[in-house]
Design a protein around this ligand. Structure first.
Ligand SMILES: [Zn+2]
Length: 226
């Protein structure tokens, strides 16, 4: 396949990060989680990093054009010449359009937007069961990865708490925001014919297997077109 320029979509708790890292290994493509590459740009003190830092320091959202600038800088790098995996951006249709415009200037397009579909109930179960160690941030799960002793971190004996992000009302809010903003984006990629839905309410290895399967199909289709 000429290039594999992938976008990962999915609700909080869908395991996007885990799948992104798996894909990075399997496909040997760079994985760009937007938050990480922004922080890296700030650390490296690039022009865009400096701009991003001003907004972050003021407690403001980093504007789309700065985020897109940081992404484009990465795409211009040779490490992304065979493709990349993008996670965390775009989140809205206008962001997707702006990204597309800038990628177009480099003669590139998105190959596929992979939606890891997880029902709200399952998201609530995954996030709501998380317990985080107060001292070091070690993460457990009451169902999937319980500590030996209830409410106590196995590693350092600290108290386990429910982070604000994992409280039921906050989870509901996060899901509402996700649906309101991301569903139009899902439709947008569907209209472009590049949306790939993957059932995400299964163990991570199975989800990974499905994603590999659909990418293999994409490759075969492309070979047939040539
Ligand atoms: Zn701990």
């Amino acid at each position: 396949m000429s290039e594999l320029n992938l976008i990962l979509l999915g609700p909080p708790g869908s395991g996007k990060g885990t799948q992104g890292e798996k894909l990075q290994e399997d496909l040997r493509l760079p994985y760009y989680a937007t938050g990480d590459i922004l922080r890296a740009a700030v650390r490296e003190g690039t022009e865009l990093g400096k701009k991003a830092k001003e907004y972050m320091d003021a407690g403001d959202l980093v504007p789309d054009e700065v985020i897109i600038g940081v992404i484009i800088e990465r795409l211009e790098d040779s490490e992304a010449s065979d493709g990349f995996i993008l996670d965390g951006f775009p989140r809205t249709v206008p962001q997707a359009e702006a990204l597309e415009d800038e990628m177009g200037k480099l003669g590139r397009t998105i190959t596929a937007a992979i939606l890891i579909d997880v029902p709200d109930d399952e998201v609530a179960r995954r996030l709501g069961g998380r317990r985080t160690c107060e001292a070091e941030g070690h993460v457990f799960h009451v169902e999937f990865n319980p500590p030996e002793k209830d409410g106590v971190c196995d590693l350092d004996g600290s108290k386990l708490i429910v982070r604000d992000d994992d409280k039921p009302e906050v989870i509901r809010k996060r899901l509402q925001t996700y649906h309101a903003k991301t569903e139009p984006l899902v439709d947008y990629y569907e209209d472009q014919g590049i949306l790939q839905r993957v059932k995400g309410d299964e163990p991570p290895d199975d989800v990974g297997e499905r994603i590999r399967g659909l990418l293999a199909t994409l490759r075969r289709e492309e070979e047939m077109e040539i």
